[in-house]
Design a protein around this ligand. Structure first.
Ligand SMILES: NC(=O)C1=CN([C@@H]2O[C@H](COP(=O)(O)OP(=O)(O)OC[C@H]3O[C@@H](n4cnc5c(N)ncnc54)[C@H](O)[C@@H]3O)[C@@H](O)[C@H]2O)[C@@H](O)CC1
Ligand SMILES: Nc1ncnc2c1ncn2[C@@H]1O[C@H](COP(=O)(O)OP(=O)(O)OP(=O)(O)O)[C@@H](O)[C@H]1O
Ligand SMILES: [Mg+2]
Length: 365
């Protein structure tokens, strides 16, 4: 039995709808309009992979906000990234027991007005001072309606204080199986064990697996969750989509960073779509999608402008699909030697194969 919450729209149609929120490449655009994103990520590897994925997918400016000793290392990986050593830690403050969180967060908050989307958490670490400052940044980003993706140690902040994101409709959480379990436990949600899920059999397996994701999303007031695994379950509590594009077979660390970086760029593009940066050729929609039926109708319509709820689910689904296709391609080329950086190199190919340039892009050069 199919879950009542799943939209049943083919991948081909979903990709064609994703193409609608991708800005065309036009001579008239200036630097920054196709996306300014920042990864708040502490140490070196993970934030680099995330920021590179955002850049390779096509945003104009990718920033990394990190801890001072990490900055020259990340700069050394790539001069394309803008690296800011703004994250304080227990080692950089005089007395960790009496810190002024708002003044420590000030330089980061000062950058927010220039950003379209944030990724918070890859390689952030668990330093108490850092986490307090980042929680303050989350509060401020939310109050300014800046969309963000929370992953890895950023999810730990939510586990400790779910109210920070509860009810915020412009954020995506991307927990792996362990992180999902921690969040579920913190919010009192029971997760079926793999054995229990397998026992339910047939197509009900998908329904059982997504049950916990839907419940967690509802417990968080409808935030969008990408529950990563053999297939990714995406839910906002009332509507769910499964991303089951074939992935690779190597489970090297760092693949989740391609996901978060891709999501940041998609969130920036989604914002440009809603701001009508270009003419998408669609008809205005009189009402905003509220439930699964409304979302499904917008996804099935060829010419109706989509609501924020629909485009958020689509962006999450697209990020997931791109990451899995990167992993499949990288694994095909590298086999068991595959590393996270091999996914970074596949982001553009994955985009072209799955989504493709939108109508109206100037491709004559
Ligand atoms: N190259 C890098 O710099 C990388 C940095 N990373 C960072 O490392 C920190 C910790 O991330 P972790 O993902 O290790 O998170 P956790 O500290 O939550 O550890 C998860 C653990 O669960 C295990 N696990 C994963 N999937 C499982 C499954 N299906 N069943 C049972 N066990 C499973 C993993 O082997 C890992 O030991 C984060 O800050 C993250 O961003 C990771 O993203 C990996 C790559
Ligand atoms: N068993 C699987 N089969 C296919 N794809 C998978 C499988 N497990 C995870 N993935 C994919 O790998 C990507 C990263 O998910 P994963 O569960 O490894 O996250 P993670 O542990 O947070 O990664 P990271 O090491 O970057 O922190 C996701 O896009 C997910 O769809
Ligand atoms: Mg991870």
């Amino acid at each position: 039995m199919e879950s009542v919450h799943h939209v049943s729209v083919s991948s081909k149609i979903l990709f064609s709808k994703v193409r609608k929120i991708v800005p065309p490449m036009l001579e008239k655009f200036h630097k920054g309009q196709l996306g300014r994103v920042a990864v708040i990520g502490g140490y070196t590897g993970a934030p680099y992979f995330s920021a590179m994925a955002s850049a390779r997918l096509g945003c104009d400016m990718s920033h990394v906000l990190c801890e001072p000793t990490a900055a020259p290392v990340i700069k050394g990986y790539s001069p394309n990234l803008m690296v800011h050593p703004l994250l304080p830690s227990i080692d950089t403050v005089e007395d960790p027991n009496s810190i002024d969180v708002s003044s420590l967060a000030g330089p980061i908050i000062g950058m927010l007005s220039r950003l379209h989307a944030l990724v918070i958490g890859p390689g952030l670490g668990r330093d108490g001072v850092t986490l307090k400052v980042v929680a303050e940044v989350i509060r401020e980003a939310r109050s300014r309606s800046i969309p963000f993706v929370l992953d890895a140690d950023g999810l730990l902040i939510v586990t400790e204080d779910p109210n920070l994101v509860k009810g915020y409709k412009d954020c995506i959480l991307t927990p792996n199986v362990v992180e999902f379990g921690r969040l579920a436990k913190a919010l009192g949600i029971e997760v079926a064990s793999p054995a229990e899920v397998a026992k339910s059999g047939g197509s009900d397996v998908t329904s059982k697996e997504s049950d916990a994701c839907e419940q967690l999303s509802r417990a968080l007031g409808g935030v969008t969750i990408v529950q990563k695994g053999p297939h990714d379950v995406i839910s906002n509590g009332v509507t769910s989509i499964i991303a089951d594009t074939k992935g690779g077979l190597k489970r090297s660390g760092g693949q989740g960073d391609t996901l978060t970086g891709s999501l940041a760029t998609l969130l920036a593009w989604r914002m440009a779509y809603h701001d009508k940066l270009w003419d998408s050729g669609e008809k205005d929609n009189e009402k905003e999608a509220q439930n699964k039926e409304d979302v499904q109708a917008e996804l099935e319509s060829e010419n109706m402008r989509m609501s924020p709820a629909t485009t958020l689910l689509l962006a999450a689904w697209a990020g997931s699909s791109i990451t899995r296709e990167c992993s499949r391609r990288a694994f095909k080329a590298k086999g068991r030697s595959m590393q996270a950086s091999d996914l970074t190199d596949e982001v553009h190919h994955a985009f072209l194969v799955l989504i493709g340039e939108p109508e109206g892009s100037q491709t004559h050069l």
